[in-house]
Design a binder for this molecule. Sequence first.
Ligand code: ADP
Ligand code: MG
Length: 332
Amino acid sequence: MGEFDLIARYFKRPARRAVLGVGDDCALLQPRPGTQMAISTDMLVAGRHFLTETDPCRLGHKSLAVNLSDLAACGAQPLAFTLALSLPRVDESWLAAFAQGLLALADAHGCELIGGDTTCGPLNICITVFGEVPVVAGRSQALLRSGAQPGDDIYVSGTLGDARLALDALLGKTVLPDDVLVATRLRLEQPTPRVALGLALRDVASAALDVSDGLLGDLGHILESSAMGATVDADVATSLIAIRALSIRVRGQFNINLSEDKWRRYALSGGDDYELLFTAPAHLREAVQAASRASQTPVTRIGQINAEPGLRLIDSQGQPLANSYTSFDHFA
Ligand code: ADP
Ligand code: MG
């Protein structure tokens, strides 16, 4: 099978909202009046962002999910995406499964594949997503990293740390019971982009981003962009590790032998969570809960923005904790 047959078989679909899709030199998208385009690119490299033997259907899902997560963080509605794919060989069963996982998530979000590039080389998946954000009274509704104010609450959606715990288990760095690993690795391999929550937070959040490299490191980006400091309750964040919460609930049925420090490390600096981290003024607490209900996405208040620079960690008693929880950096 050649390059063009491969594209036609697995990736060419009729254009829907796009003016022109796969098959020409460019795709064409028509922004609606009163909107801006939100654009983001994420690359997944085999052996670096995923294990080479990862199930191709899940890999297809994840490749788009991490990009949709960026749109969610901006409060953008997904519209379309392009796919640049480098493949070591044509493996049709791999391609069919990859396309299935990718396009199922795309369809679930009405986000259409409008073009891309296909080459032979080390396995590498690069997606660019295009989304839409309204402009109201001349003002963009996009959520940015730079809007946090002193006294704002800090929230995170969903769960933390499970993805990284699954990765460590797959790499043999920690031991999980088999059935626990099956559930936990879904968080690593099939993250849920929080698109509906991002949309619901447009008029509510003062700043937002998605947690990809680790909670505290990513919070640092909001603090830097907003020129603010913060206080975070490490115990509340740690309680958001789903598998830890479950092991406490069913105490004795399975045990995961990790120190409290190690649990904290997963929650605070694990990475690969693809949850939304956002801030909102304290008088909008009810509006945050309404956004959470409307999007059927749990959110938890984990701290507060302070005018005083720096990131302060406390435990559930309010006692200060040393912050040694650095997050992932590809070049560090
Ligand atoms: P060109 O030579 O003009 O760069 P290509 O031959 O690379 O075009 O691609 C032909 C068409 O197929 C283009 O419309 C391109 O956007 C699309 N395409 C190529 N690879 C992919 C892919 N992996 N997924 C979706 N569309 C693709
Ligand atoms: Mg090309």
